[in-house]
Design a binder for this molecule. Sequence first.
Ligand SMILES: C[S@@+](CC[C@H](N)C(=O)[O-])C[C@H]1O[C@@H](n2cnc3c(N)ncnc32)[C@H](O)[C@@H]1O
Length: 270
Amino acid sequence: MTATIFDHQERRQWRDRASAYADSFAHLCGHTASALLDAVAVKPGERLLDAGTGTGTVAALAAARGAEVTAVDAEPSMVAYARERVPAANIVEAILPSLPFEDDAFDAVVANFVLNHVGDPRAAVAELRRVTRTGGRIAVTIWPYPQPPLQRLWADAVEVPGLVRPADRVALPADLDFPRTPDGFAALLSDAGFAEVGCETVEWDHVVDAEDWWSGPANGIASIGQLVVAQTPAVVDRIHARYLELAAAFRRADGLLALPTSALLATGTA
Ligand SMILES: C[S@@+](CC[C@H](N)C(=O)[O-])C[C@H]1O[C@@H](n2cnc3c(N)ncnc32)[C@H](O)[C@@H]1O
């Protein structure tokens, strides 16, 4: 399967960023780890695949629940980080939509905030379906659109004088994209052949120190981080100042931010 320009952009975006991700956005993404494993009802001894494991949050939790865990990630620094964190798991470098596993290899498959990072989401889900045994279960998350306040905060913070949007930054082409809504996400699974499909919206407040939260984009994490690190130091300072100004609306009495966010969690049976 040929990688798209979007996939190449993703490879650049995550290169060598495991530690920076672990210190910032991994805490946000980790919120849905238990819900994903509950959704696939993983039992001790079952074969579970964590696709796009990142720093291994879901893989670690699944191993703690007694699953026989396999995990993949496209980014070598993530694979190294996850291997050290979850020695019991079999963690390999692999890129959706091509997984180095036999058909029907897993009882359960999860992917936490990964299908929003692949160049061909339908092909990626078809590959996850291929490796899930008949009767096996899938649970996957993405960020919804319209954006919740946490995500909108970044979008608003970069609206500063002098911001330059890199001309080579590409979005997913419309023919490969899908609606980031409960119905759109559920349809992605149904169209790939999953049955008993459902999608719920998980809502929570991400509680975090303001400077810790800034460290993600400041170190190039996610598309917002790629935009931030492409700016001159003066523009980065402006974004930082604007971010702190906007974040003040979410500051609690103890000084931490409580940022409202939500995720779409879709489930199905193969
Ligand atoms: C937002 S992180 C989520 C990581 C992890 N699932 C978690 O919950 O913390 C996205 C991860 O997906 C990986 N990824 C992106 N595209 C991928 C692909 N096509 N195949 C495999 N992994 C991919 C990235 O390298 C990154 O580690």
